[in-house]
Design a protein around this ligand. Sequence first.
Ligand SMILES: Nc1ncnc2c1ncn2[C@@H]1O[C@H](COP(=O)(O)OP(=O)(O)OP(=O)(O)O)[C@@H](O)[C@H]1O
Ligand SMILES: [Mg+2]
Length: 373
Amino acid sequence: MVIFSDRPITELEHLYGEGHRRAVESLRRAVESGFFAAVLGARRVGKTSVVKTFLKHYRHKYLYFDLSPYMGLKSVGFRSLVPAEIGFDENTLSSEAQLNLTVISFRIKRVKITGEVFQANLLSLLRELNSKYDRLVIVFDEAQVLAFIKGVNYRGLLQFIHNNYRNIVVVLTGSMPGLLERVISPIKAGEPGFARYIEEIHVPRWSRRETIEFLRGGLKERNIEHREEELHEVYEEISGIPGFISYYGLLRLRGLDHRDALDKTISYAVSQWENDLHAFLSIYNSPLYIYVLSILAETMTGASWTELKNELERKLSRTVGKSTLYRILTNLVKAEMIQKQGDRYTIMDRSLRKTITMLNKQLYPIIEAWNKG
Ligand SMILES: Nc1ncnc2c1ncn2[C@@H]1O[C@H](COP(=O)(O)OP(=O)(O)OP(=O)(O)O)[C@@H](O)[C@H]1O
Ligand SMILES: [Mg+2]
C-alpha cells in the first residue's frame, strides 16, 4: 500500500524504495554489531522515516532526541535535548532512574537545572538502561545541531557512552555531513575518538522508475485519474525527493488537478529550500556558498573547477584559495545541493535553482555588506 503523508513513515510495509529498505537493513546490521551509525541524506529524502521504521520494526528500546527544530541556529540551549520520544517502559525503572528521566525531561517545576545537572542525570539514567537492556538505541535526529548546544559537552557524552555503555548504540541523522564530521571527530587530533567506528548509511533519492511507480500505485489505489506524462513531469520538476513527491500525491488525494498540485508542490519545495539555504549560510558562515550556487544557477550545463574559480574571483575582485573552493564544493556536494558529473558541477534540482535565482536579489545586498565589513 502506498501512503501519501507529510509525516515520517514508521511501518516497513509503507517504506517505499529499494535504497530506503537497504538503509533500514544497514542500520539493523550496524546496531546489532554495536556500532554507532550516521544516517545521511538530502533534506526530506526520508532519513527520519528510515530510523523510525527501523526502531519500530525491530522493536528496539530507544530514546529519541529531535533536534530538527533548531537547525540553522548558532546557539541552542540544552533544553533542546528534552527527549521527544521515550521508547521503553518508564514504570519498570528504579525510582532513581525515574527521577533522572523526570529531570532530563524538564518535568520538574521550580528547580533550576544546569547543563551539568542535566548531563549527570542523563548519564545516570543511561547507566541503568545499559544494564537493564541488551540493546538501547539513542537517536539524535539532525545531529549537527549538537555542535551548537551550549552547556553540555556532547562530545564527551558520546565518547563516554561509546567507551562505557556497551549495550547502548547511538544513531545520528544529518543533512549537513560536513558539520556532522565535526560533531563526531575526536576532541583533540590524535585522540582515539569513536568517529572511526561510525557506520555511514546513505539514504538515496528515488529513481525515476521508483517515483513513477510510487505515484501511480497511490493514485490508482484511490481511483484518481492521471496520465503517465504527468508523473514524469513531477519527477523532472522535483527529482526523486520522497518528501516532495509524497506531498504532490497528498494534494492529488485532496482533489487538486495535476497542474495545481504540481505548482503547489514546487512552491512548497522552494520555501523549504529557502529555509535550508538560510540555515546553510548561517551555519557555514560564508557568502561564498551563495556565490557558487548563483554562478551554477545561471548555467544549465554547469561549470568546471577553473570556470568557477575564475568567475568567483571576478565577482569578488580577489583570489580564492584552492582549499577554500574545495571545502565549499565538497560541502555542497555532500549536502546534495550540487553534483559533479565528469569535471562539471551542476545544481541537482530545478526547484533549488529557482530558489537561488529568487534569493539572489534578497541576499546580494547582505553579502555585499558582509564583503565590505
Ligand atoms: N521511503 C519512503 N516511502 C514513502 N514515503 C516516504 C519515504 N521516505 C520519505 N517519505 C515521505 O517523505 C517525507 C519526508 O520524510 P522524512 O521526514 O523521513 O525525511 P527527512 O530526510 O527526515 O526530512 P528532513 O530533512 O525534513 O528531516 C514524509 O512525509 C514521508 O512520508
Ligand atoms: Mg528528518
